[in-house]
Design a protein around this ligand. Sequence first.
Ligand SMILES: Nc1nc2c(c(=O)[nH]1)N[C@H]1C(S)=C(S)[C@@H](COP(=O)(O)OP(=O)(O)OC[C@H]3O[C@@H](n4cnc5c(=O)[nH]c(N)nc54)[C@H](O)[C@@H]3O)O[C@H]1N2
Ligand SMILES: Nc1nc2c(c(=O)[nH]1)N[C@H]1C(S)=C(S)[C@@H](COP(=O)(O)OP(=O)(O)OC[C@H]3O[C@@H](n4cnc5c(=O)[nH]c(N)nc54)[C@H](O)[C@@H]3O)O[C@H]1N2
Ligand SMILES: [Mo]
Length: 924
Amino acid sequence: MVTVTIDGKKIEVPEGMTVLEAAAQAGITIPTLCYHKDLSPHGGCRLCVVEVKGARTPLASCTLPVSEGMEVTTESPTLRESRRTILQLLLSTYHDAGYAANDGRPNELEQWARVYGLDPYEAMAKAPRYSINSDPNPFVWVDLNKCILCGRCIRACAEVQGRFVWGLAERGYDTRIVAGMDETMLEARCESCGACVAYCPTGALDNKPSVGAGAPDKVVTTTCSYCGVGCQFDFQVNTKTNRILRVTSNPQAPVNGMHLCVKGRYGYDYIHHPDRLLKPRVREYLLKGEKRPANGERGPWVEVDWDTALEIVARKLVEARDTYGPDSVGILTSAKCTNEENYLMNKLARQVIGTNNIDHCARLCHSSTVAGLALAYGSGAMSNSMKDVAEKAAVIFIIGSNTTEQHPVFGAMIRQAVLKRGAKLIVADPRKIDITEFATLHLQQRPGTDIALLNGLMHIIVQNGWQDEAFIAERTENYEAFLENLQDYTPEKVSAITGVPVERLYQAAEIMGKNRPMAVIWAMGITQHIVGVQNVLTLANLQMLLGNMGVPGGGVNPLRGQNNVQGACDMGGLPDVYPGYQRVTTEEARLKFEQAWGVALPDKVGLTVTEMIPAAGEGKIKAMYILGENPVMSDPDSNHVRHCLQTLDFLALQEIFPSETSAYADVLLPGVSFAEKDGTFTNTERRVQRVRQAIQPLGEARPDWMIIQDLAQRILGQGNRQVNPEAPYGKWNYTNTAQIMDEIAALTPIYAGISHARLEVGESLQWPVRSKDHPGTPILHVGRFTRGKGKFHPTVHVPPAEQPDRTYPMVLTTGRVLYHWHGGEMTRRSKGLMKVYDRPLIEINPEDAQRIGLNGKRMVRVSSRRGSIIAEAWITERVPPGLIYGNFHFPEASVNELTLAALDPISKIPEFKVAAVRVEAYSE
Ligand SMILES: Nc1nc2c(c(=O)[nH]1)N[C@H]1C(S)=C(S)[C@@H](COP(=O)(O)OP(=O)(O)OC[C@H]3O[C@@H](n4cnc5c(=O)[nH]c(N)nc54)[C@H](O)[C@@H]3O)O[C@H]1N2
Ligand SMILES: Nc1nc2c(c(=O)[nH]1)N[C@H]1C(S)=C(S)[C@@H](COP(=O)(O)OP(=O)(O)OC[C@H]3O[C@@H](n4cnc5c(=O)[nH]c(N)nc54)[C@H](O)[C@@H]3O)O[C@H]1N2
Ligand SMILES: [Mo]
């Protein structure tokens, strides 16, 4: 610590701090423009000059380190004069033509100008030097006339996003910022995260979709509805027009600070898209009291009032329940919806209908993780926090996660871990995904060979004695059997199975063996296999072998996909557990919920998504109620899914858009987007965060929780299932979502201490939160695994269910792209996202393109045993020869026409990541 005096105030600050930071700590604001606390200091604009006793000239405080006894003055007539001169100079090359996308308030330059007695509009250049809106990027408005060359954009792009789009060109008066080699931003590999916009102090870079949108009269902080990272931001709202004008960064956001990705910052316009469902719809035959038309047709839609629609849904669900039994009803809940809504869906299924047939997209996603980690450690969630991994891991091992495209803000944090502190990054992925550019080592294994790969690495680790004997002895069991199994996986054999060269295996094992802690990150490349659970067990083995559990910077870090898939699981949106993973097959748990809800509950595990849909096809499931899911696009083998849904007697779908699935629905209930409701989402690191209503529900649409409650109330009075309304939680009479959270807390030990009130006062809570004064749990398995000892499981390589053969000689692997979301209902309705990525692309290696005779043609036909699609090829080295990659974002060519429903026997996840296909050049 050193003592300095600033404006007569004596303060103690740590050595190495700058004068600017020290002043801020003392509550003194020094004017700045090129400085931002998140970015490295630049010392360019010199607005932050201060006088230091003993120094001959004023010094820039943003780069000046404090020293013992230093005496600093931050305001004086001389300083005022020199700042005024600087501002005058900046304004002389600045021209504001009046295109404001910001909220209409003066920008930082204009504000400081006024503080120092200048009228920015008088002092600025009289004419523009550059064309306005000079870059075609659909999100970023470039107006170099407002650029003051502070370089914040350059640093934000490099130091936050890790993309290096911006730089400086020319000299002197002509100096200007340019993208790449003076290209368009997108050509310069911009990912449109908008970090440059967020950090620009003048609006030279601004939000293009918001130019001319006007000033907000309300600002609402909420949580993003795309991925599981859980970024927070501010919605700028015009309450008179009930419109969202723009998204801006909220520096207080616990996970992301100022940072966001392209979908979070710019992909919100679907909310106002004219396709939004604004009124309930039912099929005409239902109103006429007729039978459903034959051959799967459902006939025309009719818009109706809520009473009519909900009465029909209630009657149909009761009919199925009371005629065929409660297990003839299937319920899909939604990882896009809030915890409170998911809790209600779980209560509706179990209490009101009497079935455990409730599931959701987690089945298609991390069910292997949840099952695998429960077996190995006793609980199935991400063990560490994203910040912790980014800041403390010596090695980051990414396997089967395309982190920079699918969890972009965390992906950017990992890039910074490599750039700023030299963390070693190993990526194991069959494709050369973007993050491999930052990797120390890329292991490019064949799809479906992860067990062999990992066992091979562990074989070498043990061979060299790099394992953590103390950890193994103290905290684990079944080590001997595991060791025995490893014998088999010699580097040569593993190399033959995986295609990874032997020397790379040695290099990777050595990095892992010699550096601690290592954090493992995975996602769908690991889980979506018939050996998904075994894959996860193998990763659990690796982290125990190396003693990387229960420590900062280590852990098992499955990245949850949907914004609230963690929460949907936590809330009992699964066929085998009540909220908080209390098992339906455990007498104690069942009695607890029977008492709470006032009714006898089923003790049999229900059906998963991947069982429910086929059961519908077989006539075992008669009626379904689906909340915010799109199985026609998301489930494997779309042809089969369509057939099954067609066979259903009745389907009620609660959506915000008419989706591909709504063609098979009998009733469409208009829910609302996250911008129109209150509640909470739980992110991938178990952090429970508030979702706050920013605008009024559009049209007659209603918050989903209100619809679910209304439906439950109508069913509760009907038919032959009696619920005791006197039971403590027997009733359905919530007037707000905070009350629902209180009920969740009362019945769910891991959420016991969570309430909206605690979140409102700014607490950031990661479950388990065991009581109202419990601070939450950032790291799991410290000192002890949830199940006591961690258990090693010997695992064996099993090839994927479908192998290439003569007819289908290539392998298809599937997934997503940065700019789109699953079935695309939201992102295909976002203008800017469609401008950047407007059609499905199939990644194919140049060798294969040549072999199939693509010869400059664009289109390919891809066929599997299930179906075929025609799409544009993207000829690229991202995929090796023999492998193609496609997505399921566009109904006109979705890879799920091709995928197969081969399931992992434990988790029931489909093997989305491997199918055998034939690829042909296609002539239009
Ligand atoms: N932009 C965008 N972001 C999203 C989503 C979205 O739709 N769009 N969806 C969200 C959801 S729900 C989820 S679950 C996550 C998914 O996030 P990710 O799992 O990161 O995404 P995927 O594209 O499914 O595939 C991940 C990687 O697995 C690799 N892979 C394929 N086969 C194998 C294999 O056999 N072994 C290994 N090790 N890797 C393999 C692929 O090449 C790919 O790079 O993303 C979330 N984020
Ligand atoms: N081939 C292949 N298929 C896959 C995968 C893969 O990697 N490859 N990944 C799988 C994975 S990991 C997942 S998670 C699934 C995703 O499968 P789904 O969950 O079916 O996918 P989404 O498109 O996100 O569906 C969410 C729907 O909810 C609607 N919605 C959004 N917000 C709200 C709301 O607040 N209320 C209501 N009522 N509706 C709302 C949206 O319009 C959208 O249609 O896909 C799976 N399918
Ligand atoms: Mo997912």
